[in-house]
Design a protein. Structure first.
Length: 347
């Protein structure tokens, strides 16, 4: 079959690889119907996170079960399913606590020795603990399929940030980052009842989506100017909750600067750069809480799925460029130069 591999920084290729097959009785093989490129994939693409030549890449996909192992109980060939970006056994103490990303037997798609989501098919370990079944009728609805794909990562990650930021009805929330995760953070904050949502971003096409998703205000400034702007919008106090969806030192400094005393920061931007940007003394003195990390999206899918199915939330606008497998390398280029927000792949 064909799948996307990374050979070196800025060298993404689609090559013939071995077909996935059942290795353990708890495995399933899923034929990919939709996949996408994540902003975190760009760190490997840019050479900022190490990858082996020929390593598979991509961690967001949904598809149809082609084969199920003898011990798989919840799925059968023909089932439409979505896969969170981490597989997990569903049985350990961490999974029971809703922290599937810490499952001792879990792993990330595209890690060494595993299949990546940007290909024709994927071997799924621990299918019963990992996959979530989707209504069969969704397969014929192109927009809905695209919206459901967001459950594999960005929608759940934005929700995780909003939960970490302590978003509650009537609160004021600021969102640092205008990528797909930040935009989904806007949607999550709206869904959780935030009264005012301030989106920080400079790209009109993205801030337009932020407004569509529920942003009430947009701040185009960066750094200290952004802090001043948010403070002015909030009567000098700052936001009760801040979603940090970038992962740089500057973005974290901004998040601390715009947080209200006693507020919370939910951080989900994959850390990269020269430092954390955290002034623990300032956070201590101002009683600012920090929560977040790798989003356990498997725990959130059952909560978010009904709202996607009935149209209460629709994250599909974050996908603004569609390619086939042959177009994946160009898709990476488009996201790298920011001419695309998030690339949808239809194998």
């Amino acid at each position: 079959m064909r799948a996307t591999v990374i050979q070196a920084p800025h060298d993404i290729r689609v090559e013939e690889v071995a077909d996935p097959e059942i290795r353990r009785a708890t495995d399933a093989v899923v034929r990919v119907v939709r996949a996408c490129v994540c902003g975190s994939d760009l760190w490997a693409y840019r050479g900022e996170s190490a990858r082996q030549p020929g390593q598979r890449i991509g961690h967001e996909f949904l598809g149809v079960v082609e084969e199920a192992g003898a011990e798989v109980r919840g799925f059968a060939p023909g089932d439409l399913v979505v896969a969170p970006f981490v597989w997990s056994d569903g049985n350990c103490a961490y999974c029971a606590e809703g922290l599937h990303t810490s499952c001792p037997q879990g792993g990330f798609w595209g890690s060494v020795g595993s299949d990546g989501g940007q290909g024709e098919a994927v071997r799924v370990p621990f299918a019963d603990g990992t996959l979530v079944k989707l209504p069969a009728g969704a397969a014929s609805d192109d927009r809905l399929l695209t919206a459901l794909l967001a459950l594999s990562d960005v929608l759940g990650t934005g929700h995780h940030a909003a939960v970490g930021a302590g978003v509650r009805p009537g609160s004021t929330v600021a969102v640092v980052g205008d990528g797909a995760v930040g935009l989904c953070g806007v949607m999550a904050a709206k869904r959780l009842g935030a009264e005012r949502i301030i989106a920080l971003g400079r790209h009109t096409a993205r801030t337009d989506i932020a407004r569509l998703f529920g942003a009430t205000d947009v701040v185009a400034e960066r750094g200290g100017a952004a802090v001043d702007a948010v403070r002015e919008l909030t009567g000098g106090e700052g936001a009760h909750g801040v979603i940090e969806a970038v992962g740089t030192e500057q973005s974290m400094r901004t998040a601390v600067g715009i947080a209200r005393d006693g507020g919370s920061i939910g951080y989900v931007g994959v850390p990269h750069g020269s430092g954390t940007g955290l002034d623990l003394g300032e956070m201590f003195n101002r009683n600012i809480a920090l929560r977040g990390g790798v989003a356990p999206v498997r725990a959130y899918i059952p909560e978010l799925l009904p709202d996607v199915l009935d149209g209460t939330i629709d994250p599909s606008p974050v996908f603004d460029l569609t390619v086939d497998l042959d177009g994946v390398p160009a898709g990476y280029e488009a996201m790298d130069d920011r001419s695309a927000l998030k690339v949808l792949i239809k194998p």
